[in-house]
Design a protein around this ligand. Structure first.
Ligand SMILES: Cc1ncc(COP(=O)(O)O)c(C=O)c1O
Length: 376
């Protein structure tokens, strides 16, 4: 039996970063563990203040994960049964599951071909008198073109909730992602651009009322302890994770720049190949959560890379509305042509801040070999 090839360069490697900051992480743990305070408290509040300031917004509420941040923001916006929320077909299921959690109906638009983001031009046709909110997703780390979207939302009196789970540190016309809609949800899942060492998330907003409700909703509906104003949830961010995130937040801009450097090197080394490379608008700073290439022979390149010890990822290989759980919504491939095409062609190459230039060169060499082999 032939042995599976050993992966030498993984699609993502979190251990390298940990080794660089392990003493700072240990010191941060030491601020929490001896304190005896293992939920809420000053360490969490400190991170919330720091992350709000980083995003350029008034408030941050630490929540147990990104999915719950989306869910609780929709609840705080008052979205519920009978309402509709529009999002994009190309995202992680968490975006639309959050809509289901509040009892509303997810409505999907296709993506635009340049950045794989929500096609804002398709939104207006989907707006009905039940529509309450729009959730744009800054997919792979590239911002959605927010100005026309916000204009449309204002015209129809809709909330905009940014799903910023891929885009920590990205900017739109110089403004930080997370500060552009009425609220934003972040995931700090370990592999994210800013990742915790376990599940973690946050909601950010400039809206005082959304902030007040979020604080109640994440902790059993309480504004004052033991008085449960509303049916709430047990979805706080742990101070241990908050302490880790405070350390890592100090490095975030540097890590985004390192991701950008990796992307620029790939762009240069892969430029002459018949591959679609990721674009960055002149109004955007891409966070490069993913470095995405597109090609018809996606499956063959995936296998070829893995046979040569290189990890890559196919996300998201099935557009969300075509997942079995959404059969009841009756979307077909014809409704979402760009999402379907990209779902079949997209491959994410390794990208993380600690990926070395010689590794990017090696990966690029193997991709060149793949195309040379194809034409023989
Ligand atoms: C676009 C998007 N939204 C939401 C989430 C949910 O975040 P979490 O895994 O922290 O619940 C993710 C996580 O992968 C995501 O990629």
């Amino acid at each position: 039996m032939s042995k599976a090839p050993q992966i030498q360069i993984p699609a993502e490697d979190l251990t390298r970063q940990y080794q660089q900051i392990r003493w700072e992480i240990a010191a941060a743990m030491d601020t929490v563990l001896p304190s005896g305070k293992y939920t809420l408290g000053p360490v969490l509040e400190k991170f919330e203040e720091e992350f709000a300031a980083y995003c350029g917004v008034k408030h941050c509420v630490g929540i147990s994960n990104g999915t719950e941040a989306l869910h609780l923001i929709l609840a705080a916006m008052g979205v519920g049964p009978g309402d509709e929320v529009i999002t994009q077909a190309n995202t992680y299921v968490a975006t639309s599951f959050a809509i289901n959690y509040v009892g509303a109906k997810p409505v999907f638009v296709d993506i635009e071909p340049e950045f794989s983001n929500m096609d804002v031009d398709q939104l207006e046709a989907k707006i009905t008198d039940r529509t309450k909110a729009i959730i744009p997703v800054h997919i792979y780390g590239h911002p959605v073109d927010m100005d026309p979207l916000m204009k449309l939302a204002e015209k129809h009196n809709l909330y905009v909730l940014e799903d910023a789970s891929h885009a920590h540190g990205a900017t739109y016309k110089g403004r930080k992602i997370g500060s552009l809609g009425h609220a934003a949800a972040f995931s700090f899942y370990p592999s994210k651009v800013l990742g915790a060492y376990g599940d973690a998330g946050a909601a950010v907003t400039n809206d005082d009322e959304i902030h007040r409700k979020l604080r109640m909703l994440r902790y059993m509906g309480q504004e004052v302890k033991h008085t449960h104003e509303v049916i709430g949830y047990q979805q706080r961010l742990d101070p241990l994770q908050a302490a880790i995130l405070s350390v890592k937040l100090r490095y975030l801009d540097r890590w985004v720049d390192q991701r950008q450097a990796v992307a620029e090197l790939y762009n240069e080394l892969l430029a002459d190949l018949p591959l679609d490379l990721p674009q960055q608008a002149d109004w955007a700073k891409h966070a490069y959560y993913m470095y995405t290439v597109r090609l018809k022979e996606r499956e063959a390149l995936y296998d070829y890379l893995s046979a040569h010890g290189i990890g890559s990822q196919k996300i998201y290989a099935t557009p969300v509305p075509l997942q079995p759980c959404y059969r009841y919504l009756e979307y077909s491939e014809e409704d979402l042509p760009v999402s379907v095409k990209y779902a079949n062609e997209l491959l994410c190459l390794p990208v993380f801040p600690e990926l070395r230039a010689d590794e990017v060169a090696h990966i690029s060499k193997i991709i060149h070999q793949f195309f040379e082999r194809e034409v023989k």
